[in-house]
Design a protein around this ligand. Structure first.
Ligand code: ADP
Ligand code: ADP
Length: 237
């Protein structure tokens, strides 16, 4: 079953200034993401990968085409329904996007507080997540006291907190060294295997695709030029 489905999706950004040019960042993309997949989206900088991800979690409206998430066409949803839909999608980022003024515990608790969880439920869930990401003793630390890899593990714990069906990772390992990248990818693989979360990994690094993805979509100038199982797309004809 497809958990995310895109049909003929186009995204054109309006000109930034008078006399500027409109940019078509996503140019007629059709893509099916199956529940439980680890999909890698690979392409050079400017290919349209981030825009594609922002369309999937409705941070940007599509110019045309249809986007279905978990069976719901999101192109016509109102803001309130969109917020609920986004609750089912976790995001992790290259620069981690943690709150510097909050402890690790409070960072992970944040989406749970937004979702209205009780304090005992939050504490129990955060404890579980800290163990899952191997930071059980770091709940009181602040982000600046952590290494890059630890910060990204906090980012993953926060993204998984509300048990989303989908995790979107935008260049999540691009700021990390190879060893730390390997550890973070390992964690994502475990989240997929143990919790069944569907993962979309955006990257410009082939290594990342080859180490974690089961499916791949190759983007170039706003288009998906190839998609399929990793071994099919990358095996020589
Ligand atoms: P990638 O993630 O593959 O680097 P992006 O989706 O960030 O690609 O960018 C695709 C194209 O869209 C680029 O030409 C970029 O300059 C343009 N673009 C991205 N975001 C915006 C925006 N908010 N406004 C205008 N143009 C944008
Ligand atoms: P903020 O004031 O920005 O909301 P806090 O750091 O004060 O963030 O923590 C938010 C919530 O998380 C509070 O209820 C706090 O008691 C709880 N909390 C923070 N760190 C821990 C921890 N290490 N163990 C248990 N609860 C914690």
């Amino acid at each position: 079953m497809s958990i995310v489905s895109l049909v003929d999706v186009v995204k054109t950004y309006p000109p930034a200034s008078r006399g500027g040019r409109a940019v078509t960042a996503v140019d007629g993309v059709s893509l099916e993401i199956e529940a439980g997949d680890v999909l890698g989206i690979i392409g050079y900088s400017g290919a349209g990968k981030s825009t594609l991800v922002r369309l999937i979690n409705a941070l940007e409206p599509a110019s045309s085409g249809t986007i279905t998430v978990d069976g719901v066409d999101i192109t016509g949803l109102r803001e309130r329904e969109l917020r609920r839909m986004r609750g089912g999608i976790g995001m992790i980022f290259q620069q981690f996007n943690l709150f510097a003024s909050k402890t690790v515990h409070a960072n992970i608790a944040y989406p749970l507080r937004l979702a209205g969880w009780s304090k005992p439920d939050i504490d129990a869930r955060v404890g579980e997540l800290l163990s899952f990401v191997g930071l059980a003793d770091r709940g009181r630390a602040f982000p600046e006291q952590l290494s890059g890899g630890q910060k990204q593990r906090v980012g993953i714990a926060r993204a998984l907190a509300t048990r989303p069906a989908i995790l979107l990772a935008d260049e999540a390992t691009s700021a990390l060294d190879p060893q730390t990248t390997h550890e973070v990818l390992d964690l994502l693989r475990r989240a997929n295997a143990e919790q069944g979360v569907t993962i979309v990994v955006i990257t410009h690094e082939m290594d990342v695709i080859q180490s974690i993805a089961t499916k791949v979509a190759v983007m170039e100038r706003g288009r998906v030029i190839e998609q399929g199982d990793v071994f099919e797309v990358f095996s020589a004809p």
